[in-house]
Design a protein around this ligand. Structure first.
Ligand code: ADP
Length: 474
């Protein structure tokens, strides 16, 4: 297929060379199970070589000027744009989203490169007022060193650039471990970074099926100074435990379980349109997707009728990432129904044998159900109604995750209170499209820590260095 020209024979990229391996693994199209490519798998000796190359390259990369790094990043972004149609096909084939959604993701992915190319040039330090006339107190910011970036499959391009762009802009070098389900997009992005003039060893990519052994090596390496990870809370905790020995810096963007609070005074049509958008982007496979719609009982009938009508009109459909993911979603829905939830529309009578799962609406969902506690990661909306609106915030907060929340109300006073009271890192007020390069993306509680994007987005990749300078000038 033509789009595979971007990656050729997919294999690890180490120190500017595409290197072969004795084993490989298949990447499949989740829509039909067809094999797209065999990817040569990185073994531990490849991981070691990648880390060593990154450390070696760091010595010169950190000495480049911010303008030089920005110029390379901007060339990379321009190459992504030039190849966007092929990249969208590749991304769509290995991940399952439509080429239109893949195209939108690539715009989003490029936005991080452009943003951090600019931010690199604004990384200024400061001078503090001295306590003595012959001392100068300076602070400046240094790149932390080799960064291990571990990325998920749901946004195979954007999760890569959201980590690589700030790391490279700050002057760090990178070892990237993409998801085993979507390594092709990551390798294509790396090939374009090479074309853009990124020096050898500054970006290394190690596709592998053995995530745990790779993770262990990266956590235990004294050369790796930072791990940036997007994925499940469970793996985030594992990385934190295993990196304790080296005290590596961590950015962990972990699972969410976003509530959408719909108050009696909300513009219901606006709320439903926004929630549908936030739910069905990438077929629910997004960490800020709405999981739980919490509504005032007075408006429940119009909310359920509105969702049912909108879901019937959905013209898109995409597979989940694999058959097991569809079976997992099915099991969550069945558990909820067995515990008293009502199936308003969608669902399947028997466990799916493909990766497809239909848009599904459940009402009467309670906190005893697994679907309430877990991130659904599929096209299922759950609705819970309360008589007393004062209960909406405690219900929203009654889960371990704290990534995003959405609230719909016309009241300015309540909006202000919600900003203080909802235990999340991001809040959409009367709006659900909340993510872009300008905002600090990230969570609290079981959703992890660290922020990606925004004016603060370089912070996780630099360390403050204070200089206390005796000038000997009277
Ligand atoms: P998801 O449930 O969304 O697939 P995971 O947390 O399982 O999320 O995976 C996210 C990324 O983390 C993937 O690249 C996966 O290969 C990687 N991963 C999984 N387990 C480990 C581990 N023990 N060490 C390092 N990376 C891991």
């Amino acid at each position: 297929m033509s789009f595979l020209n971007l990656v050729g024979q997919p294999m690890p990229l180490i120190n500017g060379q595409w290197v072969s391996s004795t084993t490989s693994f298949a990447v499949q199209n989740p829509a039909n199970g067809t094999e797209l490519a065999q990817v040569m798998a990185a073994h531990i000796h490849h991981v070691e070589a990648a880390v060593t190359a990154a450390q070696q390259a760091f010595l010169s990369w950190r000495q480049t000027t911010a303008q030089q790094r920005a110029a390379i990043l901007l060339r990379w972004s321009a190459l992504l744009l030039q190849h966007q149609a092929e990249l969208a096909q590749l991304l769509s084939a290995e991940q399952g989203k439509s080429t239109a959604e893949a195209d939108a993701e690539l715009n989003y992915a490029r936005s991080f490169i452009d943003w951090f190319a600019a931010q690199a040039q604004r990384l200024d330090g400061h001078i503090m007022p001295s306590l003595q006339h012959d001392r100068q107190l300076l602070t400046f910011y240094k790149p932390v060193g080799v960064v291990a970036a571990i990325t998920p499959w749901n946004f195979p391009a954007a999760m890569v650039t959201r980590k690589l762009a700030p790391a490279l802009a700050a002057g760090c070098t990178v070892v990237l471990k993409p998801s085993e389900f979507t390594p092709l997009t990551a390798l294509a992005l790396a090939a374009l970074a090479q074309q853009a003039g990124l020096p050898d060893g500054v970006l290394n990519v190690i596709p592998t099926l053995d995530a745990e052994a790779t993770g262990r090596y990266l956590c235990q390496s004294p050369l790796v100074r930072k791990i940036t990870f997007t994925g499940s809370t469970q793996v985030g905790q594992w990385l934190m435990q295993h990196s304790a020995g080296q005290l590596q810096r961590l950015s962990l963007e972990l699972g969410g379980n976003a509530p959408a609070l719909v108050y009696g005074d909300a513009d219901i049509a606006q709320a439903l349109t926004a929630i549908m958008q936030a739910k069905f982007r990438n077929w629910g496979q997004a960490c800020i997707a709405v999981n739980r719609v919490l509504v005032a009982a007075s408006i429940l009938p119009s909310v359920l009728a509105g969702f049912t009508q909108r879901m019937a009109q959905l013209h898109i459909s995409q597979p989940l990432i694999h058959v097991k993911a569809a079976q997992r979603v099915h099991a969550l829905v069945q558990d909820a129904i067995a515990k008293g939830a009502r199936l308003e529309c969608g669902g399947l009578a028997t466990a799916p044998e493909t990766a497809f799962y239909p848009p599904t609406l459940l009402s009467g969902v309670t906190s005893e159900m697994a679907i309430w506690q877990q991130e659904i990661f599929g096209p299922v909306l759950t609705v819970t109604a309360v008589d007393d609106e004062a209960l909406l915030v405690p219900l929203a907060n009654a889960v371990p995750a704290g990534l995003a929340a959405y609230a719909f109300t016309q009241s300015v006073k309540r909006s202000w209170q919600l900003m203080q009271q909802l235990d999340v890192g991001m809040l959409g007020l009367n709006e659900a499209a909340i993510s872009n390069e300008v905002i600090p993306f990230g969570g609290i509680k079981a959703s992890g820590f660290g922020r990606e994007g925004s004016q603060r987005g370089l912070d996780d990749y630099v360390a403050a260095c204070h200089v206390h300078w005796r000038t000997n000038i009277d």
